[in-house]
Design a binder for this molecule. Structure first.
Ligand code: SF4
Length: 293
């Protein structure tokens, strides 16, 4: 057994991605974390991702190199908001985006990622779904299914993706009118409507490899651009805006990863009751979603 395995999200700094044993989107990382055979999992991502690793692989010690690196969207909802919505809509099932705290996951029926949200919502028994916490992803799911989708909270969103504007896309298209526009479903409905392709970060990487387009405008966090360029060097890959930068993902530096490995900490701890509820909702996601491409 190895002593350390480093897992990194697509949005962390390129130098941290290069240090990692595995780089992926939330769904790929959630799957990977269950297979890891190492004493320590070093998780290069924001707090909910490191907690998810501790929940899904309780036999391993999970290190988060900077516990101050927290997802701004996940911070916008608390477990009590879900409980209140469940009281208001007792017939609804709760589908919660993986970008949420462990406490919120623990009171949810199933967890989804941007890669499987549509499929999971379609597979739910109830026709009414409480969807937390991203209103933009909730809107996208609503356009792809017949279910009634209730976003909780009403205005939850990723401040990074939400900041991408139609003007940003138009400015890029002026220079490259033949370009394809591909975006993450955390972008606003207006952006999604004009996009040629919508998908999770890994789906966007795959799409660039498969599309016939030579120039692609990419609407998601900048951290993924270097990987896209590395894996598709023949394509002209243009970030839709240089301001699409998640400050919390960038808090994980190579120095912090090295220091965390030297000190074998900080170790992530999740309350056992919370752990049980969150694990149940995460495991349900794996049951309901066969491996997505
Ligand atoms: S990019 Fe948005 S959703 Fe992802 S960690 Fe940063 S704030 Fe959270």
């Amino acid at each position: 057994m190895k002593e350390f395995v480093i897992l990194a999200h697509n949005y962390v700094r390129p130098e941290v991605q290069r240090m990692a044993d595995f780089v992926g989107d939330s769904l790929e990382l959630a799957r990977k974390v269950k297979e890891v055979d190492a004493e320590y999992i070093v998780f290069a991502g924001v707090d909910f991702m490191a907690e998810m690793a501790a929940i899904l692989n309780p036999d391993k010690k999970v290190i988060h190199p900077d516990p101050c690196s927290k997802c701004a969207m996940a911070a916008r909802i608390k477990a009590k908001d879900i409980l209140k919505a469940k009281e208001k809509y007792p017939d609804a099932e709760v589908v919660t985006y993986i970008n949420s705290s462990s406490e919120v996951k623990a009171v949810s029926d199933v967890i989804c990622t941007s890669a499987n949200a549509v499929k999971l919502v379609k597979s739910m028994k109830s026709n009414r779904i409480i969807f937390a916490p991203d209103k933009n992803l909730a809107h996208y799911v609503a356009t792809q299914t017949d279910k009634e989708i209730i976003p909780v909270p009403e205005n939850g969103c990723c401040p990074v993706h939400h900041a991408l504007t139609l003007e940003d896309i138009a400015r890029n298209l002026e220079g490259y009118p033949e370009a394809e526009v591909i975006v993450h479903p955390e972008c606003t409905p207006e952006i999604i409507k004009l996009a040629d392709f919508v998908g999770s970060t890994s789906a966007l990487i795959r799409h660039i490899k498969e599309t016939g387009a030579k120039t692609i405008i990419v609407g998601t966090e900048m951290g993924i651009i270097s990987r896209m360029k590395r894996e598709s060097p023949e394509k002209n890959i243009i970030p839709a805006s240089k301001y699409l930068v998640c400050p919390d993902m960038k808090m994980i530096t190579a120095e912090k990863v090295i220091k965390a490995m030297e000190q074998k900490g900080p170790i992530v701890h999740v309350d056992e009751n919370v752990c049980q509820g969150a694990r149940k909702a995460l495991e349900r996601m794996f049951e309901l979603s066969t491996p997505e491409r």
